[in-house]
Design a protein around this ligand. Structure first.
Ligand code: G4P
Ligand code: G4P
Lengths: 192, 192
């Protein structure tokens, strides 16, 4: 997605060969107009799919997902990583391992909102090692829901996430694919 | 706001005399079309204000804020309650006390995104004791930013938050105001 790539080049900061900082438009400050374009792009990519609901993860997944939900006219459910005042019963959970923190975290979704009738579009901001996305796919399985695919804003193609998801037979659509963050520079993967 | 009140009556669940559960459209599952209407309502209420940016708090504040940001054509910044991979430098923080958990939590915003040039609209999903909103006002002060007001989706008018904010001379606009949750029933405050 052109405007997203330009935003990454102009505003992204390469923190290391592993991490790109995009706090100015995606992870801390949000550009609503860009989110709307991102939502519409996901809606177009998955237009043929009869998606019934979007599933994402708090917090950075929420803005792109809500815009995609607006474009597809479907509800959005965000999995929680920590306890909430009202998310207490009927939970579907998955364990998500963090390579950086070397610890496992539990994510949770209410079974009231994802059922076997659903055909889900899973959306997240970054795809790196893929553990969060795999956790959401696990939750979809527990609910008996089918999955139209996984929509990602920024994929780090030099990490394993996309491969792990594709190997499960799930379609992955990334709006920007980064081949390398070496030497402080963003290199996008060649268009397929 | 009419459609919001109807949604609360039809889908809200009164958990106690203190807590209303609206997980089906605001706090876990999100209704994007309703969020868009909410965003447009905030934009109209604060149209005269020359708002430069919206400030909110993860996670439930994000969806209403992003839609308001779209309607006002301004960026949205969400304060974080917990550490994040890239939110590490130049932080403005505030302590937020939780009456329920009886503990204090630190919220953080990067000073890169809120400055003395900003005229902020603060938005959140619920207004109860007001500690989170007061924390965001504290951060606005530290940055030297002026505040157009606080926009709230659901205010529990029987708690002190609105009064505490108004006493600071800050305008509060709540799209739904609940006078009581006694006896399992939602009673809205009379229109002023
Ligand atoms: N900015 C940035 N973030 C990255 C990058 N690679 C991974 N992340 C994010 O880092 C966060 C932490 O990942 P971990 O769960 O610790 O996983 P990992 O070490 O196995 O990658 C996740 O944020 P999250 O769950 O999305 O958190 P939140 O922002 O929603 O709160 C993930 O999306 C990157 O290159 N740049
Ligand atoms: N559903 C619901 N939530 C309420 C109600 N009253 C307060 N809350 C929410 O409860 C959460 C916890 O509040 P605390 O920080 O423990 O504060 P408190 O005990 O002093 O009220 C906050 O969620 P938060 O910060 O918004 O969390 P998140 O949803 O953004 O993760 C607040 O918005 C209510 O009647 N119904």
């Amino acid at each position: 997605m052109r405007s997203l790539q330009e935003k990454i080049i102009n505003e992204g900061r390469v923190l290391s060969s592993q991490v790109l900082k995009v706090d100015s438009f995606l992870n801390h400050q949000i550009d609503p107009q860009l989110m709307k374009e991102i939502g519409e792009e996901f809606a177009q990519l998955f237009a043929g799919e009869k998606v019934t609901k979007i599933l994402t993860l708090e917090s950075s997944g929420i803005a792109p997902s809500v815009m995609a939900g607006l474009a597809l006219n479907v509800p959005v459910v965000f999995a929680r990583k920590r306890q909430s005042l009202t998310l207490t019963e009927n939970l579907l959970t998955a364990e998500v391992y963090s390579f950086t923190k070397k610890e496992t975290n539990r994510i949770a979704v209410s079974a009231s909102f994802i059922t076997g009738e659903d055909h889900l579009l899973i959306i997240d901001d970054f795809l790196a090692n893929g553990q969060a996305a795999l956790g959401l796919l696990d939750i979809a399985d527990q609910a008996g829901a089918s999955v139209a695919g996984v929509g990602i804003v920024i994929e780090k193609a030099f990490q394993d996430g996309a491969r792990l998801i594709s190997e499960r037979g799930v379609r992955v659509e990334s709006l920007a694919r980064i081949q390398s963050l070496e030497n402080g520079k963003v290199t996008f993967a060649a268009k397929e």
